[in-house]
Design a protein around this ligand. Structure first.
Ligand code: ADP
Ligand code: MG
Length: 696
């Protein structure tokens, strides 16, 4: 299975090279996993008389009774007639005329396949596939003929979808069950009624009929899910069972004092539940790796803060890492304020912390005098060392790469407990697939008293009315965001649009009656911070900006969110942006401006936004619309690169595979049972070939 494709007849060095470059096909195994796009049914021979407009493709056999060239120049074409016992069909070529004319001979017998159309009630096939008649092909093929995906470059080298089919077929005919041994336990094959592996590979390429194809497909999809789940679940088990973790023995004075005296509100039940889960994990002696999902505004920060206090009670340091400078600053402000009555040293470290302030902070971390360090990715840089880091919070996880998170592990000999927080809810199926090795908590309840945000769609030409609406809100003392798309940091056009937009907003809101802040990615951190600060303190009425303000920003007095060119934003981004309002006591509004030209998907996104404020529902819809590969936070994940299976369309099967894996790992983690030997052998043969790794 690991032989290079060049070992196959018909694959020259040049073709082999192209197969590698164009389709990532290196080995026999890769070729077998280059699955057909579709199949064509040439198993039957139709009689010409039976053809009707009801059928699409047909295969007929008969004698060529005439052939002539018609038309001139551009309308030139070759027309031939084929006759069987029941009637006559016309065959026509507009291209490759010379080739066809040379190939065919009147009076000979042929088997012809193609798309049938009717012209003046007579059947016709344009550019048919045509083969010389033989007793064999006159009976029809014994299998459905596969058509494979190919590329322009491969086609230029004679490797179109059909030619790939030929080399694949040659390979399949050479294989035996030994080459593709069964890798699932018999009981699973029986329980889930799965086809055997070797047979499945054969039948997905060259199925005897549609039913066999479907069964082969089912078996191979199951296999994909099964091994993906096997990889993540075994990582999780080995971590839970064998990794050492810091043990937070007690809940002490810091926590208790804060909880009783300084907690500004009663926790929601969901917050309490998650806190208990974290408490249990951190006391277990094993490292915690927990994903905490909670919709925007659900109060994740408080959960993080309380957890960090427990760490401090046990003599451990904590870090809280935010994706942007603005957000880190904001977390620092809130947390430092909330902890002002407690003997807890909280510091802020970001890229823009001056060298003079940086030095004592680095020392404080090293000496252990700082209990809570808040910052951007600056906190995981190599020169930041801790005396005893025990707890790490990663806020708004999707902005951090896998590698950055891995760095956290190394900050302490025994890795710290890790809490990954995200406000971009991921549907449960996706979470299980991608983050299956993390424990999972959800805050599925908002603090009481929140008023749902009303969302409206408006076309650009009603911008003046929208601006008037903002004026009314400002007159009531509120503030507004106006957000422009910035697809790429470097995109010049996006900046031009933003500046044009800013000028336009200024013309609606002249100084000194109104004041406007602008925040975008090209400003220095200081500029951003000071502009943000002016908005946050209420000195400016309007914040014009790009999505740099997307995550976390908290200005409770803002009651209007206007999003320009809404069609350019993804659903989860829109939901994030909308979450910037509705944070205070006032009723809030989100207005989605678009041009008149909207794609189907854009319309769907807007409709969902108008219909619901529920981040989990929005995430499900996003997954449906865009597919798993495009979801925030999962893009770089190898976990979703299934060739056949889809976590959206095959959700029940994903659950089934997950259950099958849990059962095996529960009952026989070391795979010593007789019936698990095929599985064990397969896993050993795959060592070093999988794309799986720790994700946090
Ligand atoms: P997110 O989960 O989006 O990070 P935050 O932690 O920023 O949300 O919380 C949003 C707001 O809700 C903050 O102003 C916070 O103080 C407030 N909040 C959090 N928990 C509660 C609660 N249980 N009751 C009332 N307000 C709360
Ligand atoms: Mg937050």
């Amino acid at each position: 299975m690991s032989s290079p494709v060049e070992y196959l007849t018909g694959v020259s060095a040049i073709r082999g090279d192209l197969l590698r470059k164009e389709l990532n096909i290196f080995t026999f195994k890769d070729l077998l996993e280059h699955y057909p796009l579709r199949h064509v049914d040439k198993t039957k021979i139709d009689t010409i008389a039976s053809l009707s407009t009801a059928i699409d493709y047909a295969q007929v056999a008969g004698k060529l009774i005439g052939m002539q060239m018609l038309g001139e120049k551009r309308s030139k074409r070759l027309v031939a007639h084929l006759q069987d016992n029941t009637g006559i069909i016309e065959l026509v070529w507009f291209q490759g005329i010379t080739w066809a004319e040379k190939l065919l001979e009147v009076g000979h017998q042929y088997v012809v396949f193609g798309k049938v159309s009717f012209f003046m009630n007579k059947p016709q096939i344009a550019h048919p596939e045509i083969e010389t008649y033989s007793p064999q092909n006159a009976m029809g093929k014994s299998y459905l003929e596969p058509i494979y995906p190919s590329t322009e470059k491969l086609k230029a080298r004679g490797l179109n979808g059909k030619a790939i089919g030929k080399i694949t077929k040659d390979l399949i005919l050479r294989l035996s069950e030994k080459d593709l041994p069964e890798n699932l336990p018999i009981s699973i094959l029986e329980d889930y009624k799965l086809m055997k592996r070797f047979y499945a590979f054969q039948q997905i390429h060259l199925p005897a009929n549609e039913k066999n194809y479907q069964q082969a497909l089912r078996r191979l999809k199951f296999e994909e899910f099964f091994f993906a789940q096997f990889a993540i679940q075994s990582v999780k088990i080995s971590r839970n069972q064998f990794s050492r973790g810091l043990s937070f023995e007690k809940v002490g004075d810091l926590f208790n004092q804060f909880y009783e005296k300084d907690l500004p509100f009663e926790l929601t039940n969901a917050q309490k539940r998650v806190l208990k889960e974290i408490r249990k994990d951190t006391a277990s002696g094993h490292q915690m790796n927990r994903l905490l999902q909670g919709d925007v505004g659900s109060g994740k920060t408080m959960v993080a803060l309380l957890s960090m206090l427990i760490a401090a009670d046990n003599g451990f340091q904590s870090v809280l890492m935010a994706p942007t400078e603005i957000l880190a600053q904001q977390h620092y402000n809130t947390i430092a304020e909330q902890l002002k009555n407690l003997p807890v040293n909280v510091q802020l470290l970001t890229g823009s912390t001056k060298a003079k302030q940086r030095k004592p902070i680095l020392e404080g971390c090293e000496e252990g005098t700082i209990q809570i360090l808040i910052g951007t990715h600056a906190v995981i840089e190599d020169n930041v060392n801790f005396k005893n880091l025990g707890f790490a919070v990663v806020d708004e996880q999707h902005k951090f790469g896998v590698a950055q998170r891995a760095k956290l592990w190394k900050k302490s000999i025994i890795p710290p407990h890790i809490l990954v927080m995200t406000a971009t809810p991921i549907p449960r199926t996706l979470a299980l697939t991608v983050y299956g090795d993390l424990d999972y908590s959800a805050i599925d309840e908002l603090p009481p008293g929140r008023k749902p945000i009303s969302t409206f769609h408006r076309f650009e030409n009603s911008r003046p009315q929208v601006m008037d609406f903002i004026k009314k809100e400002i007159a009531l003392g509120r503030q507004a965001y106006i957000i422009y798309p910035l697809i790429e940091e470097s995109s010049k056009l996006d900046y031009e649009n933003l500046m044009k937009g800013y000028e336009e907003v200024k013309s609606f809101f002249p100084e000194p009656k109104y004041w406007i802040s602008m925040v975008h990615g090209k400003q220095t951190p200081e500029q951003k911070e000071s502009n943000m600060q002016k908005f946050s303190s209420g000195d400016t009425n309007i914040l014009v900006g790009t999505t740099v303000i997307e995550v976390g920003v908290n200005v409770p007095n803002a009651s209007v969110m206007v999003i320009e060119s809404t069609e350019k934003f993804g659903l989860s981004q829109l939901h994030q942006l909308r979450g910037r309002v509705g944070r205070g006591a006032e009723k809030s509004y989100c207005i989605l401006l678009t041009s008149h030209k909207l794609s189907h998907d854009a319309r769907e996104r807007i409709k969902i936004m108008e219909e619901t404020n529920d981040g989990f529902k929005i995430a499900e819809k996003d997954l449906e619309l865009r597919g798993p590969g495009e979801m925030e936070g999962t893009r770089q994940s190898g976990a979703l690169q299934f060739k056949l299976a889809s976590i959206v369309d095959d959700k029940p099967m994903l659950e089934a595979a997950r259950n099958a894996v849990s059962k095996i790992l529960d009952e026989d983690y070391d795979l010593t049972a007789e019936e698990n030997q095929p599985l064990k052998a397969f896993l050993q043969s795959q060592k070093g070939k999988t794309k799986w790794s720790k994700i946090s």
